[in-house]
Ligand binder design. Structure first.
Ligand code: MN3
Length: 247
């Protein structure tokens, strides 16, 4: 199969799987995690933190070790802990899929909303970065970026705008919508594009944390400089894999 045909087929399948997840048949909502995953072809993360895929100092000098340590072991750890508390209080099984929870978050408390989003967003954020050195998107991902934004330079400009204009705390996103097209946007606080209350919907491919705790020790109020440098850390191989598969 040609690259282009594979790309169209896989993005369509991926879009369909995620639109199904977003629509969530009621019979699936209470079913065990394994059954949900099999039915929706959506791998899931649980409420526990997974190990950081590199050491605290691996992203220096772009993100310093102290920022990474506090961010992972204090801020992100608290979201995981508070998510588990909310799940216990609101009678959700500890092996529930966080993605499924996000897709029906309007039914739950503010605490569940903030902490399920906080946990999911950080789990994705760590994986979107790599100490391997500056990369550029290639193959099907680059083709989709050019198709939907014009060029890589235009993509960077729009993504930076989304991150810069998010007032206060929040996230910038590249996501794949249900129609298989790439979208750029931002969400406030710990909201994300999987949440049924979010105006921006889709499968998150790339996440950028623009809370001050992500950069303040090193960059203080210079969010633009943080964003510009952060692009050198993006693991485009990982982002491309998320677009082509349901991972
Ligand atoms: Mn953060």
């Amino acid at each position: 199969m040609s690259d282009r045909r594979y790309f169209l087929k896989s993005t369509l399948q991926s879009g369909l799987a995620w639109s199904t997840a977003v629509g969530l048949a009621p019979s699936l909502q209470a079913s065990p995690l394994a059954q949900q995953k099999a039915a929706l072809h959506v791998p899931s993360i649980g409420p526990d933190q997974t190990p950081l895929p590199y050491t605290y100092d691996a992203l220096a000098p772009i993100i310093d070790a102290r920022t990474m340590e506090i961010h992972y072991s204090k801020h992100a750890a608290a979201y995981s802990k508070n998510l588990k508390e909310a799940m216990a209080t609101e009678k959700l099984s500890a092996d529930s899929s966080v993605e499924m929870l996000l897709a029906t978050i309007s039914r739950y408390s503010e605490k569940m909303r903030n902490n399920s989003g906080g946990h999911y967003n950080h789990e994705l954020f760590w994986k979107c970065m790599s100490p391997k050195g500056p990369q550029e998107p290639t193959g099907q991902l680059l083709e989709a970026i050019v198709r939907d934004f014009g060029s890589m330079a235009d993509f960077r400009k729009r993504f930076t705008e989304a991150a810069m204009t998010r007032f206060g705390s929040g996230w910038a996103w590249l996501c794949l919508d249900a129609g298989g097209r790439l979208q750029i946007g931002s969400t406030p606080n710990q909201d994300n594009p999987l949440m049924d209350i979010s105006p921006l919907r889709g499968k998150p491919l790339l996440a950028l944390d623009v809370w001050e705790h992500a950069y303040y020790l090193q960059y203080q109020n210079r969010r633009a400089e943080y964003i510009e440098n952060w692009f050198k850390l993006v693991d485009w191989t990982f982002v491309g894999q998320r677009m082509r598969t349901d991972s």
